[in-house]
Design a protein around this ligand. Structure first.
Ligand code: FAD
Length: 372
């Protein structure tokens, strides 16, 4: 049974209410504290939000990417961190659905409404070149033994199930599913990042972790394809998060410009302010159009890699520049921790790096255009 338009509307309404009641009031506190407030993530779990995209056969709500991306935009307009935490989980679940075998999916996906999943590729030696990783998966009988060090993993420490990009003995790339409860699995350092302060981004250390053959996603040699697919899925949702950040920047700038006067004139009546507000609104709409096209193409089984890269490339740069414009409208207050604009710039800046740097995405967009 497919999801109806009414159910999509109910999802958006529910997310708006949850964001207004539970997330937006804590946005500044999360940034200052550098973590989610106590019990907040559990509320997200208890509300059933982890199962938003999970197919109903595994106990999820089964919403598609069009509805999910829209939901994350509304959430990010109140708190971008929690929207990114969900993005990391949703894009990982997609790889199980696309590449996971029945035994793996039956064992793991029903728990994805309660346990968060993460995708780990980056290592201390670098993230832009997955072929250069050192993590090894050695075949021993019917099992694989995995050893390596993954860093900067979204939800690292919070997530309980990890997809791990590894190299086999013959240097092929493959993705394995590792559970935090397996012997040899350990959490390492949490990054002290400057933005998205609620999201734990951390290290995962694997010391001879033994997984059965069923924990291989797809086949050996498909690791790069799965990583690219995870990136494309993530970039649609990050485009949505970035549109949400611009919603927040715009709302803050608009409300301030109505209250604050220069001489006797409200700021919004000045042409210099109007140019900035219009620029932010246009960038927000453009980013929205890009991520929605990416989501629509994905749902329709049409190619979406390039448009997803555009949503995140354009959206991340625009949200940083828009934040700067909003900051300028607020004057000295914009530069203060008292208002959210400065942390919105820091939040948006993460997405010029995470899920592929802006440079890597622009290479991919150019390659796609050259190949046409
Ligand atoms: C908030 C956040 C969340 C993250 N979450 C995850 C996660 O969940 N899972 C995960 O695996 N990783 C994650 N990462 C890591 C992220 O994917 C890497 O930071 C990113 O891939 C870049 O790798 P690097 O930091 O090692 O930089 P490098 O790869 O060392 O790159 C350094 C610079 O060189 C440029 N560069 C490198 N190669 C090229 C090239 N071929 N062409 C043009 N320019 C190039 C880069 O664009 C960059 O400017 C996250 C990072 C952040 C900031």
């Amino acid at each position: 049974m497919s999801i109806t338009l009414d159910q999509n509307k109910m999802l958006i309404q529910m997310i708006k209410e949850f964001t207004a009641n539970e997330l937006a009031p804590l946005d500044m506190e999360i940034d200052q504290r550098g973590d989610y407030t106590d019990g907040l993530f559990q509320k997200v779990v208890d509300t059933g939000l982890l199962g938003m995209t999970l197919p109903r056969e595994f106990g999820g709500a089964g919403f598609d990417y069009v509805a999910t991306a829209q939901a994350l935009e509304h959430m990010a307009a109140g708190n971008a961190s929690m929207a990114v935490t969900l993005e990391g989980h949703f894009k990982t679940i997609e790889q199980f659905i696309k590449y996971g075998n029945k035994a793996l999916n039956d064992a793991y996906l029903p728990s994805a409404t309660k346990r968060i999943f993460a995708f780990s590729m980056t290592e201390p030696s670098g993230g832009s070149n997955p072929k250069g990783i050192s993590t090894r998966a050695i075949k021993q009988g019917d099992n694989w033994v995995i050893t390596g060090d993954k860093i900067m993993i979204t939800n690292g420490g919070l997530a309980e199930v990890y997809c791990v990009l590894s190299k086999t003995e013959d240097d092929q790339l493959a993705v394995f599913v590792v559970d935090k409860d397996m012997p040899g699995f350990k959490f390492g350092k949490r990054e002290d990042f400057i933005g998205l302060k609620g999201v734990p981004v951390g290290e995962v250390v694997l010391n001879h972790v033994v997984v059965p053959e069923s924990h291989l996603l797809g086949v050996v040699g498909q690791g790069l394809e799965i990583g690219d697919n995870a990136h494309a899925d993530a970039r649609i949702l990050m485009g949505a998060v970035l549109a949400g950040i611009m919603d927040h920047e715009l709302a803050t700038a608009v409300s301030y410009s109505k209250e604050r006067k220069a001489m006797d004139t409200p700021l919004y009546q000045l042409q210099v302010t109007q140019e900035k507000i219009a620029d932010i609104a246009i960038a927000r709409e453009n980013t929205r159009a890009l991520y929605q096209k990416g989501a629509t193409n994905k749902v329709a089984n049409q190619p979406y890699d390039e448009i997803a890269a555009m949503a995140k490339s354009y959206g991340s740069r625009s949200a940083v520049l828009s934040g700067d414009k909003a900051l300028q409208i607020l004057g000295g207050y914009g530069y203060s921790h008292e208002y959210p604009v400065e942390h919105l710039i820091r939040d948006a800046r993460a997405m010029e790096l995470a899920e592929g740097t802006i440079e890597k995405m622009n290479v991919e967009i150019t390659n796609a255009e050259i190949a046409k």
